[in-house]
Design a protein. Structure first.
Ligand SMILES: *Cc1c(COP(=O)(O)O)cnc(C)c1O
Length: 344
């Protein structure tokens, strides 16, 4: 009997990374891995990206940054933007991690930890351009810029970058954010600081958002935006596919051994379609540990079925669109207990 597995197509990952690079050149690509490479398993993904020549990794937290550091080539730059405590800052500095700094308080703390440990902290100052989640408020930007420049003169800080994050929900709001970003860059007046603003959607759709570097995660994994351009327009394809075995067959229904407790979203009941040799079939009901699908001739217990993803009828984003969410949510819910199986 085959098993539940999340297949990760490393060839598709490589091709996607090349497609991203080509699309956004001459801007650089920071490949975002967030926490667990969007559920695809950090280590192998970083290994492949490193071999593809990725020079910048975007790691959400310290743990991910350190795991990435252990795999990527020594010259790789690793950017982490959720490093807050003194102890974390010390460990990040020791591992040569670039730090995203989104408040004056964190800037002060980073400077004092750099002084205390004798490191030069490479900081990327984050300006809040409207999301009001995290980032230095425009009213405090001049003060932060001044503080960072003084620390830079003293050798404790290198202002490596200036950045912000945009919603990518409406062009108008993004345009306003971009104007605020440009104002902050001008105020900072550090021509050597790498400017990075866009994530996947804006980096592809709006060249004026690319600046020196774009932080692209989703499209690297072939996760297109819900309601956005199709895979072939983007030149990427989904890397992950969820497979599960047929466990039971009755006259009119086939049971597949994967369910909501494995992370398959039960809101897809009655909506998810899978491909079979006899044509598409609807998943009538997603239960805790299994999914009941309309039967098809020739179904055999133990057959491995592509439920969702690149090799399935519906990609994560296709499924997401049926229940008004995004592909990332569909993929990130898939239980970490399901083995990731890597294919070339
Ligand atoms: C997740 C994230 C990205 C990447 O976004 P994608 O849409 O996956 O490309 C970039 N920057 C920040 C700060 C993020 O949190």
């Amino acid at each position: 009997m085959s098993a539940k597995e999340l297949h990760i197509d490393l060839g598709a990952l490589s091709q996607n990374l090349r497609a991203v690079r080509k699309e956004i050149a001459p801007s650089r690509h920071m490949f975002v891995v967030k926490s667990e490479a969007y559920g695809q398993g950090l280590e192998r993904v970083v290994e492949v990206a490193d071999a593809e020549g990725i020079e910048w990794f975007g790691a959400f937290d310290l743990d991910t940054a350190l795991r990435t550091r252990a795999i990527a080539k020594p010259s790789a730059r690793i950017f982490a933007w959720a490093v807050y405590s003194d102890e974390e800052i010390d460990r990040a500095l020791a591992a040569d991690i670039d730090l995203g700094v989104g408040s004056l308080g964190l800037l002060e703390r980073t400077i004092s930890r750099a002084e205390a440990t004798g490191h030069t902290a490479r900081v990327h100052l984050k300006v809040d351009t409207g999301l009001r989640r995290d980032g230095i408020h425009p009213d405090e930007w001049a003060e932060a810029a001044d503080r960072a420049r003084r620390a830079q003169s003293a050798g404790t800080v290198q202002i490596a970058g200036v950045w912000s994050h945009i919603a990518e929900a409406s062009d108008h709001e993004d345009d306003l954010a971009r104007e605020e970003f440009i104002a902050a860059v001008t105020e900072l007046g550090e021509p050597g600081a790498i400017r990075h603003l866009a994530a996947s959607a804006a980096a592809f759709a709006r060249p004026e958002f690319r600046f020196d570097m774009a932080r692209v995660g989703a499209f690297g994994y072939g996760i297109r935006s819900a309601g956005g351009p199709a895979d072939d327009q983007l030149g990427v394809r989904p890397v992950a596919t969820l497979f599960a075995p047929i466990t039971h067959i009755v006259e009119d229904a086939v049971t597949i051994g994967v369910g909501s407790l494995d992370g398959l979203d039960s809101r897809l009941s009655g909506k998810l379609e899978i491909d079979t040799p006899a044509g598409p079939r609807v998943a009538r009901r997603i239960e805790h540990a299994q999914t009941i699908v309309d039967a098809w001739p020739g179904a055999t217990i133990g057959d491995s079925i592509a439920v969702l993803g690149g090799q399935a009828r519906l990609s994560a984003t296709d499924a997401a669109e049926l229940i008004d969410t995004v592909g990332e949510e569909i993929l990130l819910r898939i239980s970490p207990a399901i083995p990731r199986v890597y294919k070339r």
